[in-house]
Design a protein around this ligand. Structure first.
Ligand SMILES: Nc1ncnc2c1ncn2[C@@H]1O[C@H](COP(=O)(O)OP(=O)(O)OP(=O)(O)O)[C@@H](O)[C@H]1O
Ligand SMILES: [Mg+2]
Length: 358
């Protein structure tokens, strides 16, 4: 049994100004029990809408939502359970805490609403605050806390009821870079320990890859690919996924480079009509040399350090190619270099619709 099943979910918004907006077009997804599932995509692709539909804050225009073996929303049956009856907890991007309440009362709040017995409230709040390492902050008010601590209080408030599903909408986006990374690890550890089925929304691909057991990539209200982080990075279903996942982004060779590269290629996919294919290659797979050997001559227009790797921006036949190298000491800006690559590292796509050619 899946923890969550989404069956042919559609969502239209109708507004006076924009007319009909098809926020979600035909979404089918399945989330395994106890897994960490990530919805990843650019702004406006429908991530929050989908999470809100799982939570019961929005109703789908078409399709069914199941949590466990129960249908919690069905457009055809006009059946929509309230958020509370779904046994889900959600943390919003703004994670608004009650400013006048202590940390203890913030975390206890959902239990009080559910009329839980006082002793039990105390036990649960203490247990959750120990898990989240905020047990020493229970008497503090939100204003006295750091961003990461507030984040953990919001998470505590969400998990204290022991929901069967935890929904998180970009919960780390308000934190500074270092705190984000440590909170990511914390969140994943807590999720693992509690074996809590979690759906996490983000537009940050690194966050998605580092957190997700499985990741669904969305664009314009449609799922582009679902898979493990390794799947979507190493075996992208289409050009959009290939370019959205991975930093620095994949290079796509334009017509003239393609024409020249093709002469050497043997693979049937890459030998197709150059007017109809696109070839992609990741910056780490570009070989840069200064020995005069190589498929293309290029000129380094910029060297940019990323700490343990360096990015070379290379002008090749009027196109900018990104190459990532570990030892940039060999190169200098303005230098003429040769670039090359192995055919096996190329990805081919249909020009027409970006679909992968295998
Ligand atoms: N209440 C609404 N009325 C009309 N259109 C809406 C409404 N809510 C969302 N939309 C539209 O639906 C689409 C999807 O919005 P959604 O908020 O789900 O995107 P998102 O992927 O969460 O984006 P972001 O990363 O910016 O939060 C967008 O085009 C948005 O403008
Ligand atoms: Mg959103």
């Amino acid at each position: 049994m899946n923890a969550i099943s989404l069956k042919r979910i559609k969502k239209d918004y109708v507004s006076l100004r924009r007319g009909k907006v098809e926020a979600l077009k035909d979404i089918c997804l399945e989330v395994d029990p106890g897994s960490f599932f990530v919805l990843l995509g650019p702004s406006g692709c429908g991530k929050s809408t989908l999470l809100n539909i799982i939570a019961g804050i929005e109703n789908p225009t078409a399709g069914d939502v199941m949590i466990g073996d129960e249908v919690v929303a069905s457009a055809s049956q006009r059946k929509y359970l309230t958020p509370r009856r779904r046994d889900v907890a959600m943390v919003f991007q703004s994670y608004a805490l009650y400013p006048h309440m202590t940390v203890y009362d913030n975390i206890a709040f959902p239990l009080k609403i559910a009329k839980t017995e006082r002793g039990e409230i105390g036990r649960r709040v203490r247990q959750v605050s120990e898990t989240l390492e905020i047990a020493d902050l229970l008497e503090a008010k939100p204003a006295e806390l750091s961003g990461g601590q507030r984040q953990r209080v919001a998470l505590g408030r969400a998990i204290v009821r022991k929901p069967s599903v935890l929904l998180l909408d970009e919960p780390l986006s308000n934190l500074d870079a270092l705190l984000r990374i440590s909170m990511r690890a914390e969140l994943k550890k807590i999720q693992r320990r509690l074996e809590l089925t979690t759906v996490f929304v983000t537009h940050d691909q690194l966050e998605a890859l580092s957190l997700g057991d499985r990741v669904a990539v969305l664009k314009d209200g449609l799922v582009q690919q679902v898979g493990t982080p390794h799947d979507i990075f190493s075996d992208p279903a289409n050009l959009f996924v290939a370019q959205f996942i991975g930093t620095p982004p994949m290079n796509v060779l334009d017509g003239r480079m393609l024409e020249k590269a093709r002469k050497r290629l043997r693979n049937t996919a890459t030998r197709q009509d150059p007017g109809r294919i696109l070839l992609g290659i990741r910056p780490a797979h570009i070989r840069v040399s200064t020995d005069g050997e190589g498929l293309f001559d290029g000129n380094i227009s910029l060297i940019s350090s990323l700490g343990n790797e360096n990015l070379l921006y290379i002008d090749v036949m009027g196109q900018q190619i990104l190459a990532s190298v570990t030892d940039a000491g060999r190169f200098k800006e303005g230098q003429t270099v040769q670039i090359d690559f192995d055919e096996t590292t190329l990805f081919s796509f249909r020009k027409e619709d970006g679909g992968r050619i295998r």
